[in-house]
Design a binder for this molecule. Structure first.
Ligand SMILES: Cc1cc2nc3c(=O)[nH]c(=O)nc-3n(C[C@H](O)[C@H](O)[C@H](O)COP(=O)(O)OP(=O)(O)OC[C@H]3O[C@@H](n4cnc5c(N)ncnc54)[C@H](O)[C@@H]3O)c2cc1C
Length: 373
């Protein structure tokens, strides 16, 4: 089989790229996902938070652009709203004020309110730790991820993109130094002008086998949902500590909580560490008045995969013609995914991409410093 663009991976990276390719007139596009459904790994394991002001200016730019899409998608794109704008409180303590001021220095054009000390007491009274800075972002919120992924997949299909589940790529085809497609575990060979690696935690390993010098770090993070409690307002806002080590938001009548763990893992051996939900519960009980002390109603872990500088990797591989990356989405792939897919599609189709920050996404940024072996 011969296609123009073969996309390996059907999480948000692959589906957003596929949908955008379809919209821009890309032809003969095929998405392969090895699971029986799309979006079952990182794209299903996250906290679904859209936070317009990211940790750095690139992430903030991508989140803002994605937020515009998510709030106002094209007519008929999805069968309901894609974001629940519950609002987000960004908070800092004495040790993180500098980081807070840095993030807020990029807040021009983002609707927000700086809270006074008395507003902090009044509105965040349930949070027991010291807060020296706080801002409220009323338009941040929770992304309806399954709806978004279904809309990307359906919209791509309508534009002629082929999407296949239960199709696992076992290796990339490399001939004369050029990547010319992939082989599936059932032996099928698919030849492609461009092969896009959007396979999340597994992208790095597939490419390493054909000589890529790019390296990725799959890491594990845990989340839990506490037992339901009357102290949670189901329509309440997200509370996010700027140091990234704690956030909570309402979920299923309880609190969804994260205590910011990050451990390197082999993605094929992802297992929940039972000590981690206990740690999250104890951190949350200390921080949040009335946080239920009993067993959580749910707990899980998921994969956040980072490039070697921690940022996204979108673009053609400079060593391996025919290979293109949409990888390293880390901990912001849901909030940034729509714009990352749009950027990837424009680059794949050779469209003019004038935004200067696109250079910061390029895989070429790593290779100057990495000797060939
Ligand atoms: C606990 C946690 C909380 C998070 N919270 C947030 C948040 O609040 N906001 C936010 O923006 N982001 C968040 N993230 C990050 C976000 O979930 C990820 O950045 C994003 O989902 C990555 O998407 P992906 O498509 O790159 O990877 P994935 O969703 O993992 O998709 C990769 C796909 O490739 C497939 N695949 C792999 N190998 C092959 C192969 N050989 N052949 C065929 N298919 C293959 C896999 O089966 C998988 O479906 C969080 C992540 C975690 C783990």
């Amino acid at each position: 089989m011969q296609v123009d663009t073969l996309i390996v991976g059907g999480g948000i990276a692959g589906l957003s790229t596929a949908w955008n390719l379809g919209q821009l007139g890309g032809e003969r596009v095929l998405v392969l996902e090895r699971e029986s459904a799309f979006g079952t790994h990182a794209s299903a394991q996250n906290a679904s938070i859209l936070k317009e002001l990211g940790e750095d200016s690139l992430t903030s730019e991508l989140e803002r652009r994605s937020a515009r899409f998510l709030r106002n998608p094209p007519a008929g794109f999805a069968d309901g709203p894609l974001v629940e704008e519950c609002g987000l409180y960004l908070i800092a303590d004495a040790s993180s004020e500098e980081a807070f001021d840095d993030v807020l220095s990029r807040a021009d054009g983002v609707l927000h309110e700086i809270l006074t000390a008395s507003q902090v007491r009044e509105r965040l009274g349930f949070y027991r730790r010291p807060v020296t800075r706080a801002a409220f972002f009323p338009r941040d919120g929770r992304v309806q991820v399954p709806r978004l992924l279904a809309a990307f997949a359906e919209g791509a299909r309508e534009k002629g993109v082929h999407l296949q589940t239960n199709a696992e790529v076992s290796g990339l085809l490399r001939e004369d130094g050029v990547v010319r497609g992939a082989t599936l575990t059932d032996g099928t060979e698919i030849r492609a002008k461009t092969t896009v690696l959007a396979s999340g935690a597994w992208a790095g390993a597939l490419a390493e086998k054909v000589g890529s010098r790019l390296r990725f770090r799959p890491t594990r993070r845990h989340l839990l949902v506490s037992a339901p409690t009357a102290t949670v307002d189901p329509g309440g806002s997200i509370l996010w500590h700027i140091d990234g080590r704690f956030y909570v938001r309402p979920e299923r009548g309880g609190w969804l909580a994260c205590a910011g763990d990050q451990t390197d893992v082999d993605p094929d051996r992802l297992e929940l560490d039972p000590a981690e939900p206990r740690r999250i519960s104890s951190v949350a009980a200390e921080a949040v008045t009335g946080f239920p002390s009993g067993p959580p109603q749910d707990r899980w872990c998921g994969l956040r995969t980072f490039s070697s500088d921690g940022s996204f990797v979108i673009g053609a591989d400079p060593d391996l013609p025919g290979l293109f990356w949409v990888a390293g989405l880390g901990g912001a792939g849901i909030g940034c995914g729509p714009e990352l897919g749009r950027t990837a599609a424009r680059l794949l189709l050779g469209r003019a991409v004038d935004e200067p920050w696109v250079r910061d996404l390029s895989p070429g940024r790593f290779l100057a410093a990495t000797p060939r072996s």
